[in-house]
Design a protein around this ligand. Structure first.
Ligand SMILES: [Zn+2]
Length: 288
């Protein structure tokens, strides 16, 4: 069952809409209401979100080369779990995996799985920069961005079928079908600009609470810019999925306090980074 309960719907919009669509049948009225207030409703329950994320994770695992080095894997998992423990969220089963790709990139699947590319770990100069990468992805999960995106897709594509689903009829199967298509398309990997900004704001909060210097997020943007100068092709995918470092730095200037606090770097991070350099070269995400 994919469809959860309908959340808050704005009272003012409801009244205005009622007068506009008073000529429509009750059924169409409800569908129109759902469509207009799409940002305000959440149709995907946390349990469904976790199930969808598990399906997506199976698919990603099959398609993605993974860094199998146990020390690197254990290290990233430990940093990720410490951050996730400070995310104000439902208890999602977070997991952290390293993709053996040379490009700078990271992404979050619904309900818990986080992936970071080997190229992103190597581009980060310090542990707090890596914490910044992971905290941003954890924030996408804790703020339920993918679930909201899926809700929006359901409302816009399902129409009357969605209504049936809400009323407990056969529409549930149609909703599940949309979720499956969504997983297959990889649409979870691209978030709106608002979601990206929220992930940076919430990410800064998470890393600060977890004890890392939030300046790491700013320094990460600077590292990515340097990486772009050295190797432009290695940041292309990252730039296509995220706002530009310039825009992100403008936002971070407002949310990161000027005074430094928290952990900046660790010998362990530098050791893991050095170890990754000794492994056979990472693969490329860009298909030739
Ligand atoms: Zn993001």
């Amino acid at each position: 069952m994919i469809v959860g309960q309908v959340g808050h719907v704005g009272q003012v919009r409801r009244v205005a809409l009622a007068s506009v669509v008073s000529g429509l049948s009750r059924t169409l009225w409800i569908v129109a209401l759902l469509s207009v207030t799409v940002g305000a409703i959440q149709l995907v329950s946390v349990a469904d979100e976790i199930t969808i994320g598990k399906q997506a994770q199976l698919k990603v695992r099959k398609e993605t080369p993974q860094v199998k080095d146990p020390a690197a894997q254990a290290y990233v998992t430990r940093i990720g779990r410490r951050l996730a423990a400070h995310a104000a969220a439902e208890q999602y089963p977070f997991s952290f995996s390293i993709a053996n790709y040379r490009e700078v990139n990271a992404f979050a699947l619904p309900g818990g799985p986080v992936w970071v590319n080997r190229g992103a770990i190597q581009a980060a100069g310090t542990e707090s920069e890596l914490a910044g990468v992971l905290a941003h992805e954890i924030a996408h999960i804790s703020q339920r961005h993918a679930a909201q995106q899926l809700s929006n897709a359901m409302v816009t594509t399902l129409g009357l079928n969605l209504l049936n689903a809400l009323l407990g009829n056969a529409g549930g199967a149609a909703a599940a079908n949309i979720a499956a298509r969504y997983v297959a398309s990889g649409a979870f990997l691209k978030f709106s600009r608002d979601d990206e900004q929220e992930a940076d704001r919430v990410g800064v909060r998470i890393m600060t609470r977890a004890g890392w210097d939030p300046h790491g997020m700013i320094e990460l943007m600077e590292s990515i810019r340097e990486q772009e100068k050295r190797d432009p092709s290695s940041v292309e995918i990252f730039f296509s999925n995220h706002p530009s470092p310039k825009d992100r730095l403008a936002l971070l200037a407002h949310v990161v306090p000027s005074r430094r606090s928290g952990t900046r770097d660790s010998a362990e991070f530098q050791a893991i980074r050095a170890k990754l350099r000794t492994l056979p070269p990472a693969r490329s995400m860009i298909k030739k």
